[in-house]
Design a protein around this ligand. Structure first.
Ligand SMILES: Cc1ncc(COP(=O)(O)O)c(C=O)c1O
Length: 410
């Protein structure tokens, strides 16, 4: 078969669309008003976005603390371009380390309360690189079943490079984690990995139960705090939220959400971070984070430290939205954070519901299989500290108005 045959099938074969449960041909989907992906935004102002000149309330962004348009953040990026140019054009190992990278690593380590931190060019690369780097041959990784794709791929890489054994446990279920840990041999080193805040469901990993189990069975513990930084623990992450940060061995975070940039970091004991620095291939063989992105994160940390009320505000908005949506009868799963899914459970019906909200001027994201289990097809909504009360009122008004339509869809 020709290499591109499958691509043509994905584009136009109705049998393929049937397998996925929704039109895979972008033109067909667009004509039906059911293609929520790659929609070009012409102007973005944090809580609002403009598409073909029409204003939408943005409830599909991970800009939790509303910092992407903060004047000090934008100015820091511009100033960095003036001083360092637009790119480092090289790996951190070679010409790609600036004094700014080192400054940011120091600030991040302090912010999350760890000895050292290492900056990568994307959050995805942090997991893809750090996990295989830190594992040794025949070690064991145990993950929650619903961890982010970047952890899954990091684990796959560790399996392929180091022959690690991989076990998963039922989502956020410490009892099941214990049954997995109990059955493992005592010898090999073990690492348990979770999303501190689960990126689709918005629920929080139960660290107060998971960490004692890791200690009991001699496993190290890593939290992916991509959605926890700027949101939980006064912005410092999941371990802080539980008062257990000292027991989180490795913390990863991204800059692409609350920190209004792109990139990511791993933080932990200085020897472990140094080891990852010397062995993580996506760190070694990829160009370093551009200066403007580094400066953006530094400015965001300044603001988060000076204005803790931003973190309080986003959580207050999220509490209100969760309460009201549950009151209206929406299924929002186990959400505890500003990530609030509207679970619909069928791909086509989810796309129809998305269109109802879109027509009403509300921009949401859609999560469909295979990125979520089929029964979890949902609209993924998320909130930011800079949403005004009036914007939240409007969103909730629309949710109320369209409920019968979404119910029909559901
Ligand atoms: C839990 C989690 N980890 C890692 C990543 C990857 O981060 P980035 O998009 O910054 O590469 C994401 C991004 O969506 C995420 O949600």
């Amino acid at each position: 078969m020709d290499l591109f045959e499958k691509c043509k099938g994905f584009y136009s074969d109705p049998a393929v669309a049937q397998k996925y449960g929704y039109p895979t041909n972008p033109r067909t989907a667009q004509a039906m008003g059911l293609f929520p992906f790659f929609i070009p935004i012409d102007r973005a102002e944090g809580p609002e976005a403009y598409i073909h000149g029409k204003k939408y309330i943005m409830i599909g962004s991970n800009n939790y603390d509303g910092l992407t348009n903060h004047p000090k953040v934008k100015e820091a990026a511009i100033e960095a371009v003036r001083k360092y140019g637009t790119s480092c054009t090289g790996s951190r190992f070679l010409n790609g380390t600036l004094d700014l990278h080192i400054e940011l690593e120091g600030r991040l380590a302090k912010y999350v309360g760890k000895e050292a931190a290492l900056v990568f060019s994307t959050g995805f690369q942090v997991n893809l690189g750090s996990i295989p780097a830190i594992m040794d041959r025949d070690d064991i990784i145990i993950t929650d079943k619903e961890v982010h794709a970047s952890i899954i791929d990091g684990v796959r890489m560790a399996k392929s490079l180091k022959n690690v054994t991989v076990r998963t446990y039922k989502h956020n279920n410490p009892a099941d984690l214990e049954s997995v840990l109990k059955a493992l041999p005592a010898g090999p080193a073990k690492l348990v990995i979770v999303d501190g805040v689960f990126s689709m469901g918005g629920d929080i990993a139960k660290l107060s139960e998971i960490i004692p189990l890791c200690k009991k069975y001699g496993a190290r513990f890593m939290s992916d705090d991509a959605h926890a930084i700027g949101v939980l623990g006064r912005g410092r992450g999941t371990g802080w939220h539980f008062g257990l940060q000292d027991d989180v061995d490795l913390v990863m975070g991204t800059f692409s959400k609350s920190l209004a940039s792109v990139g990511g970091f791993i933080a932990g004991p200085k020897e472990a971070v140094h080891f990852i620095q010397m062995f993580a291939r996506p760190f070694m063989f990829s160009a370093s984070l551009p200066p403007s992105n580094v400066a953006t994160v530094l400015a965001c940390l300044d603001i988060l430290e000076a204005e803790p009320e931003r973190v309080e505000r986003v959580n207050k908005i999220a509490d209100r939205v969760r309460t009201e949506l549950r009151g209206m009868g929406y299924n929002i799963g186990a959400s505890q954070t500003p990530i609030i899914p509207i679970v619909i459970g069928d791909a086509m019906k989810t796309l129809e519901a998305w269109n109802v909200f879109f027509q009403a001027g509300i921009y949401t994201n859609v999560a469909l299989p295979p990125s979520v289990p089929p029964e979890f097809s949902c609209l993924r909504t998320s909130y930011m500290a800079t949403h005004t009360d009036e914007q939240v009122d409007k969103v909730l008004e629309v949710f109320k108005k369209v409920k019968p339509l979404v119910q029909i869809a559901a």
